[in-house]
Ligand binder design. Structure first.
Ligand SMILES: [Zn+2]
Ligand SMILES: [Zn+2]
Length: 354
């Protein structure tokens, strides 16, 4: 069964994808990463992955590759046009009196971006030029996906470390294109439109302008991008990287921007490693819906979430997160490339003196 259901009370969408259940799953929490004799993502083992979608040849040898995008062997979504329309569930949203969204076939694209032919583990092991090339191939793939009218949104994400949901250690990220706009993007687009209506400007441009002038949460910046700890970060060190010029969707970036983004992404990931002792993490590209008309005032961003605390009962029950490290303290530690505990000690000392 591959089906997308909408919770009638919260509006959250859930992908029911039973086909993934029998495998070590990228979306479940495991406690260790399988150590394999033969890594399917390493150079020479190309036959261990499903069909290749895009390939960036290595600059020194066109027979070799630098980055490959391949179909996910265990996709969360069925290929387009391959599933039967979902039936009405016996107990489900349709039995409720108010307007609800019927289940939908979970069809789309689920691919793996293999970032390097070598068995490197952390993205920070890659050179900045290499990471820029990865971003360029991702942009190219999203441009292709934009031409498929059934697909409404795309997300690129990375899981690193067991608590980040990774099961294969070789540096890779994933891309999922959905036949719907997920609630997060939908809600953000409404906020962006409403902010524009009231102020005539973009909410994320205004937010960046505020963060860059106050600087308490600033982590890093270069000529194209700013990085800051999110004001209401859900995890210690949650960092947003935003393009300084207004861009609705990720495909608007040019090659120079890709290089600047690679530079700051590389630096922020290193800062997170230094401050939080090489944690598991996730990163996500949040970008506007694929059709060019909706969400006119959306502004894309890159979100990095170190996985320091566990989502437990309170978080499941309320949807609220408890973050034990203020974004201001996290940003200070990251700016100074110090362990987070060092900042706590300094603040305590200042308080004692006071
Ligand atoms: Zn490998
Ligand atoms: Zn903007």
């Amino acid at each position: 069964m591959n089906e997308i259901r909408c919770d009638p009370l919260t509006g959250f969408r859930v992908l029911i994808a039973e086909g993934r259940g029998a495998r070590p799953c990228d979306f479940t929490i495991s406690h260790q990463i399988e150590s394999r004799q033969r890594c399917p993502f390493c150079f020479g083992n190309e036959n261990d992955t499903p069909n290749e979608v895009l390939r960036l040849p290595a600059s020194h040898d066109p027979e070799k590759w630098q980055t490959r995008i391949v179909s996910n062997k265990y996709p969360a979504l069925a290929p387009l046009g391959r599933t039967l329309p979902p039936g009405n569930p016996s107990v489900g949203p349709l039995s409720l009196p108010h307007e609800t969204i019927p289940p939908q076939a979970a069809e789309g694209i689920h691919e793996v971006i293999i970032e390097s032919p070598d068995h490197c583990i952390r993205t920070t092991d890659l050179m900045v030029d290499h990471l820029a090339a990865v971003l360029q191939i991702v942009r190219k793939r999203i441009e292709q996906i934009k031409q498929i009218p059934e697909l409404k949104s795309v997300q690129v994400f990375k899981n690193v470390g067991p608590t980040g949901g990774a099961t294969i250690e070789h540096a890779h990220s994933q891309l999922i294109a959905l036949p719907l706009v997920p609630p997060t993007i939908e809600r953000e687009a409404v906020v962006a439109d409403s902010h524009f209506e009231h102020t005539g400007s973009c909410v994320l441009c205004d937010l960046w302008s505020n963060e860059s002038s106050h600087r308490q949460r600033l982590v890093d910046e270069n000529s194209g991008f700013g990085a800051f700890c999110a004001y209401a970060g859900r995890q210690p060190g949650e960092t947003w990287i935003v393009p300084k010029k207004h861009q609705r969707d990720f495909t608007a970036i040019d090659d120079t921007d890709c290089h600047l983004l690679a530079e700051i992404l590389h630096s922020v990931l290193q800062q997170i490693d230094q401050t939080f002792n090489v944690p598991a993490y996730n990163y996500m590209l949040l970008t506007a819906p694929l059709d060019g008309n909706s969400a006119a005032h959306y502004h894309w961003r890159w979100v990095i979430v170190p996985r320091i605390t566990i989502r437990a009962g309170f978080e499941w029950g309320t949807g609220c997160f408890i973050n034990p490290v203020s974004p201001e303290r996290a940003a200070e530690a990251m700016r100074r490339r110090l362990p987070i505990d060092d900042i706590a000690v300094e603040q305590d000392r200042e308080r004692d003196i006071a």
